[in-house]
Design a protein. Structure first.
Length: 256
């Protein structure tokens, strides 16, 4: 009897995690669309539920129309286990390999958001340690400086995943950005502030008239990064507010 009860409890917990994961990904996608982080019906967000089990947005839906019920459950071979839509090929090859090669990457957010992507178009483009929003990424940025076309096979997926090297942010040359985290809320918060940091940098360079950016000393940058990392409740509070605003403005978004 105890084994049966334990099994039922485990099934209930798994079902709850599945439902919550779908809701969280739908919220991140919808709010990202409001922020113009999306590009057509391309780009993808995923969440690892367990070994060889992932949630991901489907092919062909604009982020602003995705509901929790639309989020796919797939396995490590790209088979759709639950969901009424198809899986986009590059989404599988990029996300599945990043999840496998980087255990800390429970949530993987890949976008072509404007300001962060702009930095990937510059030879040797780097996020500069010149504003507070950027400092949260101290020691957490990887750069893939090789553009190799669309990720349509395992080889390219493996190559991209290897570039992350345990970091939480990856600038992908001539392509876009990938942010990973231990939860949707934390990864989404980092995605949001990354675009803000890149926007501030681009605007500062445009208005600098050749003057150098004001770089923050390394020891202060490291200290600020640690301070922000200790305030992760802000990430959860921000994401909770996003879901409340979606409830207010877009009824039905979280329907399962």
């Amino acid at each position: 009897m105890a084994a049966v009860l334990q099994e039922k409890a485990s099934q209930s917990a798994n079902a709850a995690a599945l439902a919550q994961g779908r809701i969280d990904l739908a919220a991140a996608l919808r709010w990202s669309a409001r922020l113009n982080f999306n590009e057509g019906v391309c780009n993808h967000f995923s969440l690892e539920l367990a070994a060889d089990r992932y949630l991901i947005n489907p092919q062909g839906l604009h982020w602003s129309e995705v509901t929790a019920a639309d989020i796919l459950l797939i396995d490590g071979q790209g088979r759709v286990l639950e969901g009424k839509h198809k899986l986009e090929p590059t989404a599988f090859f990029i996300h599945s390999h990043i999840h496998r090669a980087n255990p800390h990457a429970k949530c993987v957010l890949h976008t072509h958001m404007p300001y962060a992507t702009a930095l990937t178009l510059i030879a040797g483009g780097r996020l500069e340690w010149c504003n507070q929003n950027a400092l949260r990424y101290w020691g957490q940025i990887a750069y893939d400086d090789t553009y190799n076309g669309l990720a349509l096979d395992d080889a390219e997926g493996e190559r991209i995943a290897a570039q992350l090297q345990g970091k939480s942010v990856m600038f992908m040359a001539s392509h876009g950005i990938t942010v990973v985290g231990s939860s949707v809320a934390w990864a989404f918060d980092d995605l949001y502030y990354l675009e803000r940091a890149c926007m501030h940098q681009v605007l500062a360079v445009q208005g600098a008239a050749g003057r150098p950016l004001r770089r923050v000393p390394d020891e202060i940058a490291a200290r600020v990064a640690a301070q922000i990392a200790a305030e992760r409740q802000q990430s959860d509070l921000f994401f909770d507010s996003v879901k409340r605003m979606l409830d207010r403005d877009e009824p039905g978004w979280s329907a399962l």
